[in-house]
Write a protein that binds this ligand. Structure first.
Ligand code: NAD
Length: 473
């Protein structure tokens, strides 16, 4: 049993509660090692029912937390993919749980080798605010499919949703199976210090570092789903209007508060102005008005709203050109105008920090090689978008860059493929989940070799000389 992190401390009640829940899950995970297929299917079905029975309350809570989040976006971008992940896992689970046969070298015949995917035990999940349902529940799907007990810590920046999730989970799950722990940064710090069997964190790169440090003290393995600056490279051959509407779609959903939103676009220099005009007209078509538009989300809070406005103001002061939607009534109730910026300095905030809002810098390039070098010289992004119908240009971009994932000729769509792993690389994260990759990530791949009847191994013994000579041949 791991050391009780607070057994000797006179810590505050919330800390003791956190620890008590962990201890209960830990004991249960060591008592009942691996739930069978039926139990896992039942857990996933209860999770599905939580989402389907409460979809409106969920959208309402999230909208309240954002100060106005499009309910349709919540339905499309959170409820639908969460249910799809549950459906996929339920359909595939029996196959995933089957032991995997592996080959046995002639020297070890007769014998059999296989891998069993077994539960790790207690998994911790720390979620961000930007897709509070999806990013708390889809890792939970993978963790439950893998047979684990799970503690979830939602973001304090979406408190109404966090309270709702806690209530709904408590109604359908025993705290020994799944528990939702609410609270702010202090609670999150205590949470990440628990000796989980695995900790899956989704959030910023800066906090990801702290989480990994806390987990290292317990030798807890981590999956870090972090952020970064995901580029969209528009190759010279690709129709500008098509690229522009894809980039606008990916950028302005959830008002740019999407970890895999295109952060900036790289476009042939002579096309920058036309591309900007095409992105803006696409944004205006999609969102004829900003203020009062039920389909356009607000910025989560005043701090982020000011951060975004300051970054645009600083770029303008540095001589960048700023093009905004100019709806007239825009920027009300923290709904920020879709904004395009070009001629922005590489060392400006907009080009060095993750933007996470509806602001798109457009950077010109002279040759595709230059664009690739620009991306390759920077931190490895979570996503990359390449627009080209030319296979050799696609290959150049794929071979010349590294990112967590890629969509070719579109934005965001790779994340919706249940068959693909989702995760970052370098500063955008480590480890991936979703579907089988999530099941495997949150399982222990246990190797088993069974010695066959009539094996020579039981008859082996020194002197070793002759055998050593044969084995090293
Ligand atoms: P954040 O890092 O500020 O917070 C995420 C979670 O960490 C919250 O639950 C918070 O309570 C907790 N936390 C805060 N301080 C902590 C600490 N010291 N120790 C442990 N936990 C702590 O991120 P955010 O603002 O909620 O989300 C935005 C960031 O998340 C962006 O960078 C975005 O790119 C990234 N993100 C990544 C993905 C992905 O799948 N890779 C998805 C969504 C968001």
């Amino acid at each position: 049993m791991p050391q009780d992190a607070e057994a000797t401390a006179d810590g505050p009640a919330p800390g003791r509660h956190l620890n008590a829940v962990f201890q209960r899950q830990y004991q249960a995970s060591r008592r009942e090692l691996a739930p069978d297929l039926k139990a896992r299917q039942h857990a996933l079905a209860r999770l599905r029912d939580i989402v389907t029975d409460n979809r409106f309350a969920i959208a309402e809570a999230i909208s309240h937390d954002f100060g106005n989040r499009s309910r349709h976006e919540t339905e499309l971008l959170e409820v639908a993919p969460t249910l799809s992940a549950i459906r996929y896992a339920r359909r595939k689970l029996a196959g995933w749980m089957k032991p995997q046969r592996r080959g046995v070298d002639l020297a070890f015949q007769p014998g059999r080798a296989w891998v069993r995917h077994e539960p790790l035990g207690v998994v911790g999940i720390i979620a961000p605010w930007n897709y509070p349902l999806l990013l708390a529940v889809s890792p939970l799907v993978d963790a439950l499919a893998a047979g684990n007990r799970v503690m979830v810590k939602p973001s304090e920046l979406a408190p109404r949703f966090a309270d709702l999730l806690q209530r709904l989970v408590t109604e359908r799950f025993d705290p020994e199976e799944v528990a939702v722990m609410t609270g702010g940064v202090e609670a999150a710090q205590r949470f990440s210090s628990l000796p989980f069997d695995h900790l899956l964190f989704t959030g910023s790169t800066a906090v990801g570092r702290k989480v990994m440090q806390a987990a290292a003290k317990n030798l807890t393995p981590v999956t870090l789903e972090l952020g970064g600056k995901s580029p969209a490279i528009v190759c010279p051959d690709y129709p500008l209007d098509k690229a522009a509407s894809s980039v606008a779609l990916g950028k302005f959903l959830n008002a740019g508060q999407t970890c895999i939103a295109p952060d900036y676009a790289l476009v042939p220099t002579e096309k920058v102005a036309d591309f900007a005009a095409a992105v803006m007209s696409s944004a205006r078509r999609a969102y004829p008005a900003i203020a009062g538009n039920e389909d356009y989300s607000a910025i989560i809070n005043e701090h982020h709203y000011e951060r975004l406005r300051d970054a645009v103001a600083a770029a303008r002061l540095d001589g960048a050109t700023v093009l905004s939607h100019q709806d007239g009534g825009a920027d009300s109730g923290r709904k920020m105008d879709p904004t395009l910026v070009f001629g922005v300095a590489p060392e400006s905030l907009l080009m060095t920090e993750e933007i996470f809002g509806p602001v798109l810098p457009i950077v010109g390039y002279d040759s595709l090689d230059d664009a690739i070098r620009y991306v390759a010289a920077r931190d490895r992004p979570l996503a990359l978008y390449c627009f080209s119908n030319d296979k050799s240009a696609q290959t150049m971009v794929l071979d010349g860059t590294i990112s967590g994932g890629v969509t070719v000729n579109g934005t965001l769509l790779h994340v919706a493929q249940e068959s693909l792993p989702f995760g970052g690389v370098g500063t955008s994260g480590m480890g991936a989940y979703h579907g089988f990759d999530g099941f495997r990530r949150l399982s222990h791949a246990r190797s088993v070799y069974k010695v066959g009847a009539f094996s020579v191994f039981e008859r082996l013994g020194p002197p070793w000389g002759k055998l050593a000579g044969m084995a090293s041949r």
